[in-house]
Each structure stands twice: as structure tokens, then as C-alpha cells.
Design a protein. Sequence first.
Lengths: 336, 109
Amino acid sequence: MDALKLDLSHYRQLLKQYIDTQDESALYEAEQISKRSIQHNISLEEIINTHINALEGIYPDLPENIQHSMSFLLEVMISYGLALQEFQDLREAQLEIKSEISVAARMQNTLLSTVKPDVDGFDIGVVSVPANQMNGDYHHFIHHADGTVGITVADVIGKGIPAALCMSMIKYAMESFPSEHKNPSEILESLNRVVERNVDPSMFITMFYALFNPAASTISYSSAGHEPGFYYHAADDTFEEIRAKGVVLGVTDTAQYRQYEREIHAGDMIILLTDGVTECRQGDRFIESEEVLEVIKSFSHLPAQELVESVYRHFEKLQDFHLRDDFTLIIIKKDV
Amino acid sequence: MNLTVDVQEQKDKSIVLLAGEIDAYTAPKLKETLLSLTEKEGNKVEVNLEQVNYMDSTGLGVFVSGLKSTKENNSELKLVQLQDRVYRLFEITGLIDVIDVDKTVQGGY
């Protein structure tokens, strides 16, 4: 790091101006020098040296005892100078880490990228927003040859980079399952064993897995402790919680998952989400799930993608809204 | 966003009194205290969550590590007096079936 030199003559001029007049404007300039010095990495020793030189320039016959006192001051400030240097090094190191994390985040996006299915008779919308750089939420669509679609929504408990790494493992584990192996309960049972064996004890995963059959207009699903989604009944304009029993992945190796099935009727919606949606907060106030459903209802005339984006924007716009957790919302609408 | 963690040693068990919020910021402190107790061979640990008004999934992670540690150290972990919102988290995640959670009753085993 090259330490730039201070402008000695400027410094001397200002110092003299202040000594002669005690003028505020000289002090203001001094403050500017201080700021510029920090910007340009000028060391503390350099500043004190400049001060000594300027003082000697103004008073060529500066008493020897004052000169000695300046050398003394220089010595006293050395540790501060070193601490400042260390602070600057740390700041640079932090910038480096930040940029590495953003590379990792981009890589995560590539690794975990998924394509929203385009299915006749249905309209699907997805929004997934990380609270920090790395998203601990995960959603994935698997397109099977028979026209069915596997839908995963998951949340890794334990945030940041470890969570993201864990998610990549899950994705590849799922892709390695044979294609005839697509029942939600079987998939969760297999994944549970993978997670239980391979993941740190304080980390676990909640997952909702659904097998969506557009041709039959049915959806079968199981849940590993995941935040329940909702089913919207167009006929009576009501929401019903999609409850499914099952423990989170990675806690016990013998977990079993019940599989449920339901038919999707015209105009109805399936709403899948993560707890980032239901644990939203405005200031100190929790946003209740009824409120989330009201908001969904108010935008339900929109196409699915616009619908989910409008819901997210609605909460984002609230005053004091702070996204504490990753936010993922998937809505599947059956055409009327 | 703060959590106070108080430990009271009784003759047959350790009681952990929590007050505040359990989230990513406060969880490490709780984890350290909790594991130091569950790692004592045969220890009975009771965590009182009456004064915990917010817990996120990071908090669940702490109790899951606690549970795993009880299995390795032959100790016991019990959570008591949970507020509705916190209890709901254990319910949704299915953890009420693997961790000893007592929503209402105060006190002993």
C-alpha cells in the first residue's frame, strides 16, 4: 500500500493561518485534510511528521524542547498508526469476502436453477427472494416423461453458505433417484436418510414435496415439517390449510411420511410457501397468515406470476417491513 | 432482539429460564448453554420458554442439537410452558413427536 504524501506547503499555510487568527475556516480545512488523509491511506506518522515539518517551517528557531516533544508524540502514536493500518487491511479483507460470497451466490443460482413448468389448463407463478445474499429457501420442478411434475419447496434451517451447500446436495440426491421413484412419501423418506447421515446436527430441512398430475388434475403430497400451504376453493371463496403430518428431514433416521391426495377444481389455487411468508414482520408486529391470504385474494384475478410478485411487493412496500427470512411463494391456479 | 438465559441448578435437574427472542443472533448463546447441560451424563434439563415471545427456525435447530446431544450423553431434555406461536413451530415441524414438549404444565418430571 503506497502512503501518499500530504501537501506540506498547504498544511503549513493553514497551520500558520490558524495560529495567527484562530479562524474557524482553517479548522474546517483541517477536518477536510483529515478526511482526505484517510481516503488516501496517509499514515498517522506521516501526518505528525508533516505537522513537525510545517511547524519548523513557520518557526525556524523552534525551541529544542518543543522539537523533542514532537518526537515523543510521534512515538506515542505509533501503536495507533498500526491499529489503523490493521483496520484498513480488515476492511479490504472484508470486501474480498463479500465479493467471494456474491460469486458463491451466483453459483448457487446456477446450480439450483429450475424451470417453471408450462402446463395446459394451469397457470403457475413463483417468487423467491433471499433475505441475505444466499438463499436458504429452495424450490424445484422436476418434469417427468409422463407429463407429471414434481414440485419441491424447502427451507434449510441454518442460514447462509452452509445452508446453500446443503441444498445443492439435496438437489443432486433427488436427481439421482430413479425416475419411477416419484411418490412424495418415498422421496421424503429417502431424502431424510441422506440428510440424517450427511448434515450437521443443528441443521435440518423442512420440505413439502408434491407430485402434480395436470392431466388428471390431481396433486399428491407429503410434508417433512414444512410450513403448511393453502388450498383456495373458488366455489365458496375460502382458503383451507393444507396440513400434512411429518417430521423435518434429518432428525431421526426412521421417519415415515404420510401421503395425501386431492383433486384441483376449476378456478381453485394451490399456494405453497416458506415460513418467510408467514413470519413476516412489520416493525414489532407479526403479519398473521390471514392477512397474507387476504392479500393473495385481493390479487387473485391476476395471472399467477403477476399475482405472486404483487403479493411480495405488497409486503415489501409496508413501512418498517424487514425481510428476516427468505421468502418463497408458489401459486398454481387451475384455469376456469 | 435479546435473549436472557438463566440456569438454576436443582438437586435432580437443571432448569433453563429463557426470556426474549430466539433467532439467528441469540441462538449461539443458547446453544452453548444448552449443550453444556445436555452433555453432562444423565443430566435432566428443563427449558422454560414462558417468556419467549419469538422463535424462528434457528431456535428449532438449537433444540434439535440439544436432543441429539441427549442421545449421546444419556441425558434428558424437556421444554415447558411454550407460548402458542412457539408451540406452533414445534407442531408444524413434527418435532413435538421427537422432543419432549409440554405446553402447559409447570415444573417437574
